[in-house]
Write a protein that binds this ligand. Sequence first.
Ligand code: PBG
Length: 337
Amino acid sequence: MSIRIAATASGAYPNVRARRLRVNASIRDMVTEHRLHPSNFIAPIFIIEGEQIKEEISSMPGYFRYSLDLVLPHVAELFDLGIRSVLLFVKVPDELKDNEGTEALNPEGLMQRSIRAIKEKCPEMYVMTDVALDPYSSFGHDGIVEDGQIVNDETVRVLSRMAVSHASAGADMVAPSDMMDGRIGGIRKALEFEGFEHVGIMAYSAKYASCYYGPFRDALDSAPGFGDKKTYQMDPANVREAIREAQLDQQEGADIVMVKPGLPYLDVVRAVKESVGVPVSVYHVSGEYAMLKAAAAKGWLNEEQAIIETLMSFRRAGADLIATYFAADAARMLNGK
Ligand code: PBG
């Protein structure tokens, strides 16, 4: 009784009842504030050498590495589901790895062949490529190592050539994930100089030194051979620095800026969204995928509901685009299949 009196005394109730807009599915749909659509998703793809290979990544149940012949029908299927973008990663054989990432520049390398084949098979699929040295590095670092340090400017020079190599193969957008300083400007300049002014850059602007990349490093066998990535990836304690990184990347010519990982950094997504004028993407990373899968496998979470709720949280936080290993699953659900 006293609660009722207090509520009445506040003035609004009972004339105002928030539940009226939740009465049935129609009104809920009409007033929903955010929507998910398959075109919001970027599907990461892991490619390996060989033929007829589709192997499950042990720490990412239900996610696979594909040989190039099997990637092509997979990409076509993603396009049919309404997904408009893929983000390519390649697993490089150990014997091709070195400190300078020489293989990254090979016009006949797995990445370059994959870009060409995908654009030929499915020209409308918007192809983004990972630009960083770690899968190519004998040290498993994103840049060149000298005296135990990751050297910045030399790395940027190689990354710029790598980006041009991907553009020459037909990439629509390059996605530098290395966190070197000045790499967006360096890559932009190289792309302009080589006549690839139409090729975009999605900058991993606020990429944190996170434990949530563990399963990805299993997928590509790219764990750092010594030390960690804390001299280039960001401190999880920082948000002001994320805004600064995103603004710098925007000034240097990034077309899209990204925050990574996703769920533990929703506040960063919001902060970046409010401080840049370019679209913001978020990377819902491998460890986040693994956590959800593990809980669902135990029967502790409803997988489908958890996927949609999680992806919606990125939209609510301000992400325009979401790179997620659940892209195909979510698209199927959204399409009612
Ligand atoms: C490498 C790269 C990483 C991821 C994307 N690009 C791993 C790392 O920085 O060690 C992580 C993606 C994921 O965990 O899903 N430059």
